[in-house]
Write a protein that binds this ligand. Sequence first.
Ligand code: MG
Length: 111
Amino acid sequence: MVDFKMYQAGAMKTAVYPGCGEGNWTYPALGLAGETGEICEKLKKAIRDEGGKVGPERKEAIAKELGDVLWYVAALCTELGFEMSDVAENNLKKLSERKAANKIHGDGDNR
Ligand SMILES: [Mg+2]
């Protein structure tokens, strides 16, 4: 099992782009949007071609794209000076507080 700290360090060992590790958040932000789009495209085609079912081959392809998303999250966190583990922990804390306050539904980042 890989934890976020290990993953982030490992991801950055494979990072090759202009300004890598120097605060270049543009490149990973664009990559994150692109990889997210790849997932949506595959799911769109499941609707178009398979009546909304996601078959095993498509699932496998989507799992790989989710990995690509994770990689860009790691790179973006690094460029912005965040630890992925802190981001993950804070997100769970925020969501559990919302659930406890019965505010999962609704709008606003700071519910
Ligand atoms: Mg991809």
